[in-house]
Write a protein that binds this ligand. Structure first.
Ligand SMILES: Cc1cc2nc3c(=O)[nH]c(=O)nc-3n(C[C@H](O)[C@H](O)[C@H](O)COP(=O)(O)O)c2cc1C
Length: 349
């Protein structure tokens, strides 16, 4: 089983990727970048381009294999232009975003917005794969989709469409757009979708995504996906319940050692969490000028990490209220010194 770090806009950018790899080693098999917008101007925004430059991704000897740029596009031409740019930078793979639920994206016929116009989506994929198939100027193309826009029954038609293109990988977030990121992942619908995909002849590797937050939740989800999975995987003969990889987003923000644990390794230690936080501060401080704004960035991480400290409300409040580097570090030192460290949390099980 391969494990991927999910794309998360504004969060899983190169500083986080570099530090995660440096502190937690090589457990994560691939890191997906937050989406880069492929606009009609055929120019990336500076900060998006910077995120994929090889010399920014310094922790990765094999960035071409280990990092997958994700592209958001409203038509085949824009996607193909962006994919070709990524190939020029050396990337072996790119991923098309078919899942972003934000109204500003959906209303522009992008992200999950494409899921509710299946004739258009089909034509767009046809334009992409007809042009790219067999041509060395393009990287390998994968899709990241949801089960539908409003209802998971829509997955049947989506899977039929996906099965007619030569994808290498299909990542399925087990929710529909209207779920955004809440509610339980729809495991039964996920299984049905994979079965439909296979029945229609789809040969891509399948990646599961949604709410893997701990070894315990992984065990539960995997067991559910395997129940009756013989049907889903009988055509591909796999022994992995029809899936070959798992993508994790919020779970890795909450416990950056999660993939190591899923691969049989140690739980998070207080010392490595401390190093991780210290490195993140130093890296963000290199390109964010004001202490206060660096602290805001770190607070995004604390929103997920606070659960590793028992009875620490007072100290968390101090972290949130800190305004300078010195105040922030003093508050962080206090939390590590005075609160009980909880290596494994099972908040969402
Ligand atoms: C803050 C945030 C930003 C996200 N940005 C992206 C993105 O740029 N591209 C994408 O495909 N998914 C994005 N996602 C969705 C995640 O990649 C993932 O599908 C979702 O969080 C479910 O997985 P999880 O339960 O493991 O977090 C984002 C999710 C969050 C919470």
């Amino acid at each position: 089983m391969n494990f991927y770090y999910a794309p998360m806009e504004g969060i899983t950018l190169y500083p986080l990727r570099n530090i995660h790899r440096k502190v937690f080693g090589e457990g994560v098999d691939r890191y997906y970048t937050p989406f880069l917008t492929a606009s009609h101007t055929h120019h990336f925004k500076n900060r998006e381009k910077k995120d994929v430059l090889p010399d920014r991704n310094i922790s990765f000897d094999n960035y071409e294999e280990e990092i997958v740029p994700q592209i958001m596009a409203a038509n085949a031409g824009n996607f193909l232009w962006a994919a070709q740019e990524m190939k020029k930078l050396g990337y072996k793979r790119v991923n098309l975003n078919l899942g972003c639920p934000a109204p500003t994206v959906v209303n522009r016929h992008k992200g999950a917005g494409l899921l509710c116009d299946t004739p258009y989506l089909d034509a767009m994929l046809d334009g992409i794969f007809n042009e790219a198939e067999g041509k060395d100027i393009y990287p390998e193309i994968s899709l990241k989709t949801r089960l539908g826009f409003t209802d998971p029954s829509e997955a049947e038609e989506l899977m039929r469409i996906y099965a007619s293109y030569p994808l290498k990988e299909l990542i399925i977030h087990a929710r529909v757009r209207e779920d955004y990121y809440s509610g339980s992942p729809r495991l039964e619908d996920f299984k049905r979708a994979v079965a439909t995909y296979r029945k229609c002849g789809g040969g891509a590797d399948i990646c599961y995504n949604g709410d893997v937050t701990s070894a315990k939740s992984f065990e539960y989800i995997y067991k559910e996906l395997c129940t009756g999975a013989d049907k889903a995987s009988e055509t591909d003969g796999s022994k992995t319940c029809g899936i070959t990889s798992v993508m994790i987003g919020r779970g890795l923000l909450s416990d950056p050692s999660l993939v190591r644990q899923l691969k049989g390794g140690e739980a998070l230690s207080a010392e490595e969490l401390r190093t991780y936080l210290k490195c993140l501060y130093e890296d963000y401080a290199q390109f964010i000028p004001e202490d206060r704004n660096v602290i805001f960035k770190l607070l995004e991480h604390w929103t997920f990490l606070y659960r590793h400290f028992a009875s620490c409300d007072r100290h968390l409040k101090a972290i949130r209220k800190s305004r300078s580097r010195a105040e922030y570090h003093a508050a962080v030192n206090n939390i590590f010194a005075e609160c009980e460290f909880v290596p494994v949390t099972d908040s969402s099980c």
